[in-house]
Design a protein around this ligand. Structure first.
Ligand SMILES: Nc1ncnc2c1ncn2[C@@H]1O[C@H](COP(=O)(O)OP(=O)(O)OP(=O)(O)O)[C@@H](O)[C@H]1O
Length: 336
């Protein structure tokens, strides 16, 4: 049975040298390769990885904002990748994106009311009065006063602007939200308030989330499953508690090193955060792309790319020497 949202063997390539800012460069950026996963209604999947690992590109490809070079995205059984723009329109209402820095994506000269009502206006939904009432109700649900309708985004704090952005995304009554780093740049208490708000909205409205972040702590608060991306490939996918208590990929383990002790669980291996920058996606390393930074790498890692293989219930890893084996032999976790 296929999932509510299904991403199948998705590839995204950006060709450099075709104009624009990148015309000085040559080559192809392998932004995403062979991405495969499903998401059920009302659930959250987290996408984590360092900058440039392909998280935003995957979010945008799901929403048909980036055209894949291969593979498909199925939403409730419909292959969105094959749809012409006109037939995509009804799906656009059902899927919305919340960006990292909402101020950048907001027109500073529009009032908060105009910003929130814009998606309804663009899609010709409702009368002016209905649009206004809907925007006011959403503002109040976000914990903001309706007098914000006539104010400007510059008059609000980062956390308040993020709530305005969430209100805007909800006007078309979507079923799926792609949340691209919705809490980054906010202080810890504001991050917690936004995460709580997102969790409550999900329960109330039956929303599904694709939650993009480099912060596994934030992701683990909402996501049932987490996908770890490295240089455009899935290196590990697991139920969140499994990923946090027994990561199998050395890269995941190194990301966990940055987690606060209360989020970390069990006896984790001490793999430091990866040093240096990830290699270029134009010329990714041979074999396992992480081998150039991996403390566990052996000869085979530079010559053969490990396939994503199952190491437990819903737990897959692409590594020749998964750490999970070490856990199982130490008896630190129970086999599933
Ligand atoms: N429109 C584009 N044209 C060319 N290259 C692009 C484009 N968008 C993304 N890329 C490249 O694709 C790769 C993946 O980028 P992406 O923004 O998806 O990563 P990310 O994990 O979301 O990073 P960040 O956390 O910094 O947002 C990067 O190498 C990036 O430079």
């Amino acid at each position: 049975m296929s999932a509510w949202l299904e991403v199948k063997n998705l590839d995204v390539r950006f060709h450099l040298g075709e104009g624009g800012l990148l015309r000085q460069s040559q080559g192809t950026i392998h932004a995403l390769s062979d991405i495969h996963f499903g998401l059920e209604q009302g659930q959250t999947v987290g996408l984590i990885g360092e900058s440039g690992s392909g998280k935003s590109t995957l979010g945008r490809a799901i929403l048909h904002l980036v055209r894949p070079s291969a593979g498909a995205v199925y939403f409730k059984g419909t292959n969105l990748t094959a749809l012409p723009e006109k037939q995509m329109r009804p799906f656009r209402q059902q899927m919305q994106m919340v960006f990292q820095d909402p101020f950048d994506s907001m027109n500073a000269r529009m009032t908060v009311g105009q910003i929130i009502m814009e998606p309804l206006l663009l899609q010709g939904i409702g009368t002016p009065g209905e649009r206004r009432r809907k925007a006011e109700a959403l503002l109040e649900r976000m914990g903001l006063h309706r007098r914000a309708m006539n104010r400007y985004p510059g008059q609000y704090s980062g956390g308040q602007r993020q709530r305005i952005a969430i209100a805007r995304a909800l006007t078309t009554e979507p079923q799926l939200l792609v949340l691209d780093e919705p809490t980054s740049g906010l202080d810890v208490s504001m991050q917690a308030r936004i995460l709580n708000l997102l969790r409550d909205l999900q329960k109330e409205m039956g929303l599904s989330y694709v939650f993009i972040s480099h912060d596994l702590g934030a992701v683990s608060y909402l996501a049932q499953n987490v996908i770890v991306l490295y240089l455009g490939r899935v290196v590990e996918i697991a139920p969140t508690p499994t990923l946090i208590s027994s990561p199998a990929h050395p890269y995941t383990a190194s990301l966990l090193d940055a987690l606060p002790p209360m989020v970390r669980q069990g006896e984790l291996p001490h793999l430091p955060e990866p040093v240096g920058e990830p290699p270029s996606p134009v010329n990714p390393p041979s074999g396992c792309a992480f081998h150039t930074r991996c403390p566990k790498a052996e000869a085979i890692c530079s010559s053969e790319r490990p396939l994503l293989s199952s190491v437990g219930l819903g737990h897959q890893v692409a590594c020749h020497f998964p750490l999970r084996d070490a856990y199982l032999s130490k008896g630190a976790i129970h086999a599933e």
